[in-house]
Design a protein around this ligand. Structure first.
Ligand code: TTP
Ligand code: MG
Ligand code: MG
Length: 472
């Protein structure tokens, strides 16, 4: 293990909610909840003002409404968040060639690889500068952890939240970890935590005291050894640049195009099962499920869904692939289908026992739909305006949808540059002066859309796909 705290972990603060607050002056300092707003919706995230009221990610939105009835409830705008994410990742890439993104708002950076830092002082200076740059470029705050290993860097950024920086001095790791809950260790989710607790182990120290043999007896060989090493703060995992991340995938080309939707579904299920067999065979699990479809006209598309944690559970992969397929039009016929899993983890899963991976991400961006003729009735269906999405009125200018229903839509007219909350006006949902538009940049001149198509880790182009182990 290295002796200087030169592994940096960055995580943006209340990412989706902060982006919305930066975008909408009237919501700054207020409880903001971003998530699915339908009856079965879940909270994606809550602003820190809403967390005080007990609202948190993955909570049913209905429950959040009881806890925070006066909060602003918004549907997510993934394209907007992705654009901000790219700006942040760009700053990280400028520091080092070794950047390992974990999600839109989170990444590890090896500062030594870029020569950006070599000791404690230079590491701290780099972290401080990064936080300033993020604020200047995106208008948002991110928290930084610095340590000699990935595990500790991530713990440090968690401690730094919100809007802070924590550096863990090499040599102090074990003393720091000892009294912490076992849940702090990667690979210990609720189920593994319970399992250990029933054996009388609740803190990291108690794992060490129990001894390696006992931990292996409780959790099995692969995970037991790994977890015991983590408890001793031994974590040699390297920061792996995105381009080195491997995927496992399988695909089939059909002699005759498949037209039958039921058959297409069946094939996707079979491919999902085959993909999981390979994944397991390589001792891997992954977070991102990818579906590839080549249509009769050779147009090829990939769709992907990132789960909460890595999985190698066939049911989870099958369900995700089926969900992705639902969004793909296959009416003209299908020549090729593929299923892949990427975002691979090779030593541990989010939760060894529970595999909390079944949670789907929120559905792709709900966009404001233009009037669509209702074929059955021959009438126009009411235009739908999603809460939180940006609009433009030909007279009043730029604003966002505060709410809609009963044929009315309420818009607050304000832009990210405004210092004061803007005015609210109500219109008929079919008002021709009102149109859906892209969000405005948070910082003047900044982008609002991802600069290029986000590379989707797709199933390999080789015949049977690739299988590989993320290099460690
Ligand atoms: P997180 O980094 O876990 O959370 P956060 O950025 O909202 O808050 P903080 O880091 O300050 O604790 O997740 C990043 C984004 O990912 C989050 O803003 C929304 C999304 N997300 C979900 O959609 N569902 C979830 O269950 C979680 C945890 C996050
Ligand atoms: Mg975050
Ligand atoms: Mg995060």
């Amino acid at each position: 293990m290295r002796t200087a705290p030169t592994i940096l972990h960055l995580d943006m603060d209340a990412f989706y909610a902060s982006a919305e607050q930066a975008s909408k002056p009237s919501l700054r300092g207020k409880a903001v909840i971003v998530g699915g707003l339908g009856p079965r919706g879940v909270v994606a995230t809550a602003s820190y003002e809403a967390r005080v009221l007990g609202v948190h990610s993955a909570m049913p939105t209905a429950q959040a409404r009881r806890l925070a009835p006066n909060a602003a409830y918004l549907t997510p705008r993934f394209t907007f968040y992705r654009a901000i994410s790219q700006q942040v990742m760009g700053l990280l890439h400028a520091m080092s060639p070794l950047v390992e993104p974990l999600s839109l708002d989170e990444a590890f950076v090896d500062l030594e690889a870029g020569g950006a830092a070599w000791d404690e002082a230079s590491a701290r200076g780099t972290g401080v500068r990064l936080r300033q740059e993020i604020r200047e470029v995106t208008g948002l705050t991110g928290s930084v952890g610095l340590a000699a290993s990935k595990m500790l860097a991530k713990i440090a950024s968690e401690q730094a939240k919100p809007d802070g920086l924590v550096l863990i001095e090499p040599g102090t790791e074990r003393a720091l970890l000892g009294p912490m809950s076992v849940r702090i260790l990667p690979g210990v989710g609720p189920a593994t935590g319970d399992h250990l607790r029933r054996a009388g182990i609740t803190t990291v120290e108690e794992i060490v005291e129990a001894g390696e043999d006992e931990v292996v007896r409780l959790l099995g060989k692969a995970h037991g050894h790994g977890l015991y090493a983590m408890a001793l703060a031994r974590d040699d995992r390297a920061v792996v640049a995105e381009r080195d991340a491997k995927s496992v995938s399988v695909e089939d080309t059909y002699d005759v195009d498949i037209h039958d939707r039921v058959r297409v579904r069946l094939e996707v299920q079979r491919l999902a099962d085959r993909c999981v067999r390979r994944l397991r065979g390589a001792g891997l699990s992954g977070r991102t499920i990818v579906l590839k479809v080549r249509r009769y006209d050779f147009s090829t598309l990939t769709r992907s869904e990132t789960l909460r944690g890595p999985t190698d559970d066939p049911a989870v992969v099958r369900e995700a692939a089926a969900r992705l397929l639902e969004a793909v039009d296959t009416t003209g016929g299908v020549r090729l289908l593929g299923v892949g899993v990427s975002g691979l983890a090779d030593y541990t899963q989010e939760d060894l026992f529970a595999q909390a991976a079944g949670e789907p991400e929120l559905p792709e961006e709900e966009t404001v739909e233009e009037a669509v003729p209702d074929e059955s009735a021959g009438q126009a269906v009411e235009r739908r305006w999603s809460a939180g999405h940006d609009v433009r009125h030909s007279v009043y200018g730029h604003g966002w949808v505060q709410g809609s229903g009963l044929g009315r839509v309420t818009v607050r007219f304000e832009t990210p540059e405004d210092k004061e909350p803007g005015r609210v006006r109500t219109f008929r949902t079919d008002d021709p002066d009102l149109e859906a538009v892209d969000p405005l940049p948070l910082v003047p001149g900044g982008p609002v859309r991802p600069s290029e198509a986000v590379p989707v880790p797709g199933p390999g182009t080789e015949h049977e796909g690739r299988a590989g182990r993320a290099s460690v």
